[in-house]
Design a protein around this ligand. Structure first.
Ligand code: DGT
Length: 230
């Protein structure tokens, strides 16, 4: 009936005006962020936003991820500029569900990846300054919601093995030392809180377990993520 149609429309409008409970899923390369998101596919109250890696691998035919790994000094700036844009797009994307689950964020791009490239000297200090100003500007001017961070904590050697096994072509020459550095930056940001602002409470999950056991571990976080959905 027309009444039900109007009611449904009003419900939809209300839902789109409400801010969803926003969860950022963070963790080292290969820590299982995608698998974690897939686990929550079964719940209809959750919108899943997986990381736009495919967009990074194909921008008008250009594979920015590959260019960045092959010649970081030349391409890091371009790559990070595009990562920021695609991340901001995800942060801003409206959702009609009460919960929004996002793979990574502008924060890990800045506090882990850009931070590492700056410390390594891969980014020139002037390039770093531009990216950092963009980050500060966005933080100041655009509301970025974050209510909970799920940190998939791993041991560097464990994820290094996984990365080799999954054999994403661009990542074939990723050394263990790089994974260790990224691990330290995640820890400093989310656990030790030494250099960067942490935008939400952190729920830590042991993500070293292999696929057959990890579901149990994931289930432990369902309560915290879904209680906002009712
Ligand atoms: P998962 O599901 O935990 O295995 O996650 P991955 O490994 O598919 O996703 P992620 O974000 O850890 O790594 C994506 C690739 O992009 C990886 O080769 C690292 C590279 N990368 C370089 N700079 C950035 C950045 O600023 N942000 C992100 N997310 N990735 C970056």
């Amino acid at each position: 009936s027309i009444f039900h149609k109007v009611e449904r429309l009003i419900h939809k409008m209300n839902a789109s005006n409400l801010k969803p409970f926003t969860v950022l899923v963070e963790g080292n390369i290969g820590s299982g962020k995608t698998t974690f998101l897939e686990h929550f596919q079964q719940f209809e109250d959750i919108t899943l936003l997986t990381e736009p890696v495919e967009e990074w691998r194909n921008l008008k035919g250009w594979n920015l991820l590959d260019l960045m790994y092959k010649d970081p000094a030349k391409w890091a700036m371009t790559f990070q500029a595009y990562v920021s844009m695609t991340m901001l797009d995800m942060h801003r994307r409206p959702t009609s569900t009460p919960v929004k689950l996002m793979e990574r964020s502008l924060y890990s791009a800045r506090y882990c990846f850009v931070e590492h490239m700056m410390r390594q000297g891969t980014l020139h200090p002037a390039q770093f300054a531009v990216l950092d100003e963009w980050f500060r500007f966005i933080q100041r001017e655009i509301p970025i919601e974050a209510d909970l961070i799920v940190y998939l904590k791993t041991t560097p050697s464990v994820v290094h093995e996984r990365i080799k096994r999954r054999a994403r072509s661009e990542e074939q020459c990723v050394p263990l030392s790089y994974i260790e550095e990224l691990h330290k930056l995640h820890e400093d940001w989310l656990v030790n809180r030494t250099f960067a602002e942490c935008p939400a409470p952190v729920l830590m999950i042991d993500a070293d377990l292999d696929l057959t056991q990890i579901t149990e571990e994931y289930k432990k976080s369902e309560h915290q993520i879904l209680r906002r959905a009712v």
